[in-house]
Design a protein around this ligand. Structure first.
Ligand code: PGA
Length: 261
């Protein structure tokens, strides 16, 4: 890919990014209440970049609710690895772009586990997103068994290496999310020190691949909440959060945004 073809227009790593991963939750009524509460609570300037990632069927609804507002960006939870054609049920990067989608979560551990997404699938999805001008939020993370076996570094580096290998210099356009699988939805958060240690490894890996590694935002995800966000976000290589459960409650999500601002 040429430099131009993978540019998502992303800015330097100056502002933190707080992204809400709604997973398979929501309804027309609940989404409307949540988005209205977020817009009301944010006021003029959020002080950091904010995104919400509803289920794909609700992207159009949430886009309409967000209106012309630039305060909250729209994200998808997945993108097809195919460009178009006979792939029943898939949603392409170009279709997401049609609906104003700015970010796409790629390679979430729930998809790696339940949809058998491999590192190669994830790398191709990243390529599709970038080609459509969408910023992929690439998830990496180890299971509890892998952590206990001392394999954390090997696992997260292998997952990111596949994406770097296929996407070359475009790697500076991605967002990475370190999400230890044992911390997702469990209420058991990585300590700030544990998270920072892995983020530093990922940063070093990015530096070896691009001289623009410092512009790549590396988010932490896994039971981040209003109480623990500030200490996680204070770490030098933690540039934001990918928030599941707490993103479904406006006061909690707004508190995390405030901690990042
Ligand atoms: P959680 O989910 O905040 O509910 O742990 C995070 C995620 O899976 O992205």
């Amino acid at each position: 890919m040429s430099e131009k073809s993978c540019s998502t227009g992303g800015k330097r790593n100056e502002e933190k990014l707080i992204a809400g991963n709604w997973k398979m939750n929501g309804s027309l009524a609940a989404n409307e209440a949540l988005v209205r509460a977020l817009l009301d609570g944010l006021g003029g300037d959020a002080g950091c970049d904010v995104a919400v990632c509803p289920p794909s069927i609700y992207l159009a609804q949430v886009r309409a609710l967000l209106g012309a507002s630039e305060r909250i960006a729209l994200g998808a939870q997945d993108v097809s690895q195919h460009e178009n054609g006979a792939y029943t049920g898939d949603v392409s990067a170009a279709m997401l772009r049609d609906f104003g989608v700015r970010y796409a979560i790629v390679g979430h551990s729930e998809r790696r586990q339940h949809q058998a997404e491999s590192d190669t699938h994830v790398a191709i999805k990243v390529q599709r997103a970038l080609a459509a001008g969408i910023t992929p939020i690439v998830c990496v993370g180890e299971t509890l068994a892998q952590r206990e076996a001392g394999e954390t570094e090997v696992i997260v580096k292998r997952q990111l290496a596949a994406v770097i290998h296929l996407n070359g210099h475009c790697i500076s356009e991605i967002v990475v999310a370190y999400e230890p699988v044992w911390a997702i939805g469990t209420g058991r958060t990585a300590t700030p020190e544990q998270a920072q240690a892995v983020h530093a490894l990922l940063r070093a890996q990015l530096r070896a691949a691009t001289d623009r590694a410092d512009r790549v935002r590396i988010l932490y995800g896994g039971s981040m909440n209003a109480a623990n966000a500030a200490s996680l976000l204070a770490q030098p290589d933690i540039d934001g959060g990918l928030i599941g459960g707490a993103s479904l409650k406006a006061p909690d999500f707004l508190s995390i945004i405030a901690a990042a601002s």
